[in-house]
Design a protein around this ligand. Structure first.
Ligand SMILES: [Zn+2]
Length: 136
């Protein structure tokens, strides 16, 4: 299931959210079983559990988030390998006004695959995908 955070139930909620100067978002994913991915033609395996991915919301954020929630799509970004997998659920996303890499720095969790989700990263975050081993 996928839902959008909002501050009110009013009919103008979507418009209200759209007018905020969002810069980034966190996407919360649940892997119900281990998932194999590949990065730079190297295979890796992510254990089951919770993950958080940080992306840019500067341009077309509504489109991007909607795309993350679609299972049927071509795999273009690293994260698409997870969001197209039948054992992976996109559970929530939260928009932020912090710059993308700043939000990564404030996101806890472990880097399991260096470089994953960080093709465009200029600030050496290591990865924009973090594993949350303690989450339930
Ligand atoms: Zn970064």
């Amino acid at each position: 299931m996928c839902w959008m955070w909002s501050r009110s139930e009013s009919p103008n909620t979507i418009l209200d959210v759209c007018e905020q100067p969002w810069q980034s978002y966190r996407l919360f994913l649940r892997l119900h079983q281990p998932v194999s991915v590949s990065i730079a033609k190297t295979a890796a395996r992510l254990p089951a559990g919770w993950y958080v991915y940080v992306g840019s919301a500067k341009r077309k954020w509504a489109f991007r988030l909607q795309r993350h929630c679609q299972q049927q799509k071509s795999v273009h970004w690293h994260i698409d390998q997870l969001t197209t997998h039948p054992a992976v659920e996109v559970r929530a996303y939260v928009l932020s006004r912090l710059p993308e890499c700043e939000l990564v720095r404030r996101t806890r969790g472990a880097i399991l695959i260096p470089g994953f989700g960080a093709s465009d990263c200029q600030q050496r975050c290591g990865s924009h995908l973090r594993y949350l081993p303690d989450a339930e």
